[in-house]
Design a protein around this ligand. Structure first.
Ligand SMILES: [Zn+2]
Length: 285
């Protein structure tokens, strides 16, 4: 029955698109639990990594009250908390994800989950599960900013030559993801909303209100107060470990990319850039 389906907000999109910030902003709502990238559940919570990986609350997962509680609830209900969230069998996928979402809602006392896994395939399978009701936020960011973020991350993690941190590769991947998501959304029955990251940061209240009204909730004034963030997000950008955040557009790419990089990036990312309404030329401040 449609009314019994568990409501969730699913953020789909590419790498470095701002999904961690959006999920933090949604998670500050009193009725939303942002759990981060749930497709990392097995990897983070029931392998050896659970002893060393950190939850967004700052604890390693085995010491996090929230996730240990959920795992203990799952264990009581199913006999084993080590469920396969990414099962290739659709029925098991639907059962296991529904069970986990149900425990997250029960333990948090909230009404809606935000899953920012980003992956298209996971979204498609959630949409095909008759017990889940996703509202989709397709989050996009200027490809040239994404390419620049990849370069910067490569430098930060000391792997400036790794393939995935190359500017051109990041932009090719961006285009690939937009192709998959755009084609997929044309054939999906769930409702969705396209948001440009830049617009979100320009007017967060407007965009958050639109998302919230789609899941029957209203914007709360405290949502933009990011001075004391409490969350248990799995995986995602390192920002999720920050207790305090400032909403600020990062336009460093505009000044830092060379003319050649800008040109190459613009060529590689067309026609999606134009489709999303991004300027092809560079407006230097
Ligand atoms: Zn935690």
């Amino acid at each position: 029955m449609a009314e019994d389906r568990l409501p969730l907000i699913y953020i789909v999109g590419g790498w470095h698109s701002g999904s961690t910030i959006l999920s933090i902003l949604l998670g500050t709502h009193s009725n939303i639990e942002s759990i981060g990238e749930l497709n990392a559940y097995e990897r983070r919570l029931w392998t050896a990594k659970a002893d060393s990986s950190k939850c967004a609350c700052g604890e390693v997962f085995t010491d996090c009250n929230f996730w240990s509680g959920i795992r203990s609830d799952l264990g009581q209900r199913l006999g084993n908390p080590d469920i396969v969230i990414n099962s290739s069998d659709q029925e098991a996928f639907c059962n296991n994800n529904t069970e986990l979402f149900r425990q997250v809602l029960a333990r948090s006392g909230k009404q809606v989950i935000c899953d920012s896994s980003k992956a298209w395939l996971r979204l498609k399978r959630i949409a095909e599960c008759d017990r889940l009701k996703p509202f989709i936020v397709y989050l996009v960011r200027d490809a040239r900013a994404v390419g620049f973020s990849a370069l910067r991350k490569g430098r930060r993690v000391g792997k400036p030559h790794a393939n995935k941190y190359q500017y051109e590769n990041a932009i090719k991947h961006w285009s690939y993801v937009q192709g998959i998501v755009s084609r997929g959304l044309a054939n999906i029955s769930a409702s969705w909303l396209l948001i440009r990251y830049e617009d979100l940061l320009e007017d967060p209240k407007h965009w958050l209100s639109l998302i919230l009204s789609s899941v029957g909730l209203e914007f709360e004034s405290g949502q933009l107060d990011l001075t004391d963030i409490q969350s248990h997000q799995i995986e995602g950008n390192r920002l999720r470990h920050n207790r305090q955040m400032k909403l600020q557009i990062d336009n460093e790419y505009m000044a830092e990319l060379s003319d050649e990089q800008w040109h190459i990036g613009t060529q590689l990312a067309q026609p999606f850039l134009s489709g999303f309404g991004y300027e092809l030329g560079r407006e230097r401040a």
